[in-house]
Design a binder for this molecule. Sequence first.
Ligand SMILES: Cc1ncc(COP(=O)(O)O)c(C=O)c1O
Length: 396
Amino acid sequence: MPKSFVAKHIEKLPFAGIRRVFEKAAKFEAAGNKVIHFEIGRPDFDTPVHIKDAAKDALDRGMVHYAPNMGILSLRENLSDNIEELKGVRYNPQTELLITAGGQEAMCLCLQAILDPGDEILVPNPGFSQFFSCTELAGGIPVSMPLVANENFFPDLDKVKELVSSRTKAIIINSPHNPTGGVYTMTQMEQICGFAKEHDLIVFSDDAYDRILYEGKKFISSASLPDMKDRTIIWGSLSKTYAMTGWRIGYLAGPEEFIRAAVKVQQNIMLSVCTFAQAGAAFGLKAPQDLVDEMVAEFDIRRKFILDAINEIPGLNCPTEPLGAFYVFFKHEVPGLNSMAVADAMLEKAGVAVVPGTAFGDKGEGFLRISYSTSLEDCREGMDRINQVMSDLING
Ligand SMILES: Cc1ncc(COP(=O)(O)O)c(C=O)c1O
């Protein structure tokens, strides 16, 4: 009998809940059914042509070799300007920025660089599931920080205080938030930053949706609040902003000492990120941003449509209006059925793929997530189908 191929800590790592939905939906589709895809968390738009052209041009100019570990300088410089404009805080492109393969790698590198075995991180629940698994992969302990649905999915900080121990190293902020679309108010951001200072915690700010806000909401960066830049690390991404999920471009922004440590991890993981993709991204950051605004305006039409539809369907309601990202996280009330069972019924009875709230932690029980990164036509058809399933489920 050969030795085990799987390390014990990997065996324990859960398979991402959202992937299970993809797989079920793919099987259902392969059997000849039409599926409305409300499960996919990526913009359905194409990457803007000027970004693609810049990458093609970079290829033609021979940008086919390794990039520096930290990323090409022009991207770091343009990113630095872009962050300053959006977040009101300046990062030195030479020392305080590191280009990563998406926000996902940013998160992973950061946790590997910062955590010693047994260090604890306060993780929003519900929250992006990789916050939990990447912490575990890095030898840390994710400590679930429940969010309060009726309070704009903000944590009850009096209760979070009880979760802080001598091993708590950081707290994760993700505003706009996946899966709820929640956006913290300035007061909430001040409160959570005050909490981080009081308990001497680092703030990990996941800014994946920093350009996708509605109703005139402005992005608020924890790093821009007084005395916060030195204790904030940003996990950033160009994936959602420029419909570039397949390009794999993200970044880490933080204090020089941290970036130096993260570069050492990068040298052992990716070495560097795809060079011509970085050239395209650098161009995208400097070019006019009208296409981003147009994409967000289109998302907003779909957001309003889905919210109105949810409010009219018996057994569904949305406790907090989502003001960012492209998700609606809503409650279902079907006696005797949990989120997984309701999500399964929507797929099996009506061919609509939604994600059960429990894919984002146990506090997501009772909720479903819809991603409206699909056409308005599909949103219409999907909500009609959901209406039908809900009345069948409720009326038995
Ligand atoms: C909150 C959040 N962070 C990070 C990511 C990772 O995105 P990417 O690696 O494409 O930048 C995602 C992707 O869905 C996300 O929702």
